[in-house]
Design a protein around this ligand. Structure first.
Ligand code: HEM
Ligand SMILES: *[C@@H]1O[C@H](CO)[C@@H](O)[C@H](O)[C@H]1NC(C)=O
Length: 321
């Protein structure tokens, strides 16, 4: 009796461990190869034309993937519009007036639905789109893992709690990524996404007026288009990478080494703490940055995917079926 119940517990624990592992193991690089053979070319051509129209769009699309994955996993929840009965994530503090690219995702989804109706999730569309954006702007390429399904719910509170603000300290950044199962190396490498795109004055005002670990001519340049008064110019934009804001390269780390990080959180990565050495390395070794960035993007894409019969394949990324 005692030994058979021991055996039963053992079997249950072993099965549990297998089922936890298989939630990620179900993502594969060839998931749609027979159900949607033209998926990659279909996505890429829409991303390419959106970036041709506006180079910044590549940055905006990459950021969408991050803001999706950090809120209960990469499940397309960030794309859901508010309805009369449920509030989505678009009005969360990190997203409101800032997150963009939703119309491009709609265009991609429409093209994908035309090619393969009801097959490809919005979560996977975001994953492929983020990769293509990096590649088109000159960054590294990789094979994306696919097979995610779409959430039927979103979480405003998780969006507010899980996406780190630009006021974060180094230890807060490390903890925030650790909470998602990502390492400090992943965090430093993924922050290199700030080699492209723009930030609003409200996101960096305190840094350019009140911080001392900042290059003096750089802060002066940024102050010219970002008034100190908190009621003016809040939406004025500045490039996250002062040198090449539409090229995916390692200039972000060179900026940090010369105290030209735009956000407080950026400069935290090179302010004498445990990540200084890695920033220094990435600033001189673009190939190491590229390879760590790819690893970290794959790790971020593995955050809590819905697979099997969980979730759904949304027809329209803005609403549940
Ligand atoms: C490490 C913690 C991070 C913080 C605190 C942070 C914060 C921010 C902030 C405040 C902005 C500007 C928003 C605005 O003013 O409208 C921004 C922009 C951006 N972020 Fe991050 N971010 C982080 C990590 C990431 C990651 C992991 C990625 C992607 C892998 C990413 C990609 C981007 C991109 C591409 C932009 C520019 C978007 C555009 O031009 O539309 N960020 N981020
Ligand atoms: C800078 O710090 C001072 C003193 O704490 C504060 O009064 C002021 O509002 C801050 N300015 C900005 C732009 O953050």
């Amino acid at each position: 009796m005692a030994s058979s119940s021991f055996l039963a517990v053992f079997v249950v624990v072993a099965l549990l461990m297998v089922s936890i592992r298989s939630s990620n193991a179900q993502l594969t690089t060839n998931f749609y190869s027979s159900s949607c053979p033209n998926l990659f070319s279909t996505v890429k051509s829409v991303v390419q034309s959106a970036i041709n129209k506006e180079a910044r769009m590549g940055a905006s699309l990459l950021r969408l993937f991050f803001h999706d994955c950090f809120v209960n996993g990469c499940d397309g929840s960030v794309l859901l519009d508010d309805t009369s009965s449920s509030t989505g994530e678009k009005t969360a503090i990190p997203n409101s007036g800032s997150l963009r690219g939703f119309e491009v995702i709609d265009q991609i989804k429409t093209a994908v639905e035309k090619a393969c109706p009801g097959v490809v999730s919005c979560a996977d569309v975001l994953t492929i789109t983020a990769r293509d954006s990096v590649v088109i702007l000159g960054g590294p390429t990789w094979n994306v893992k696919l097979g995610r399904r779409d959430a039927t719910t979103a979480s405003l509170s998780a969006a507010n709690n899980n996406i780190p603000p630009p006021t974060s300290s180094l230890s807060a950044l490390i903890t925030s990524f650790q909470n998602q199962g990502l390492s400090t190396t992943d965090m430093v490498a993924l922050s290199g996404a700030h080699t492209i795109g723009q930030a609003r004055c409200t996101s960096f005002r305190t840094r350019i007026y009140n911080e001392s670990n900042i290059d003096a001519s750089f802060s002066k340049t940024r102050q010219a288009n970002c008034p100190s008064a908190s009621n003016s110019g809040n939406n004025n934009l500045a490039p996250l990478d002062v040198q090449t804001p539409t090229s995916f390269d390692n200039d972000y780390y060179k900026n940090l080494v010369s105290q030209k990080g735009l956000l407080h959180s950026d400069q935290q990565l090179f302010s004498g703490g445990s990540t200084n050495a890695l920033v220094q390395t990435y600033s001189t070794k673009p190939s190491q940055f590229n390879s760590d960035f790819v690893t970290a993007m794959i790790n971020m894409g593995d955050i809590k995917p819905l697979t099997g019969s969980n979730g759904e394949i949304r027809k329209n990324c803005r609403k549940t079926n």
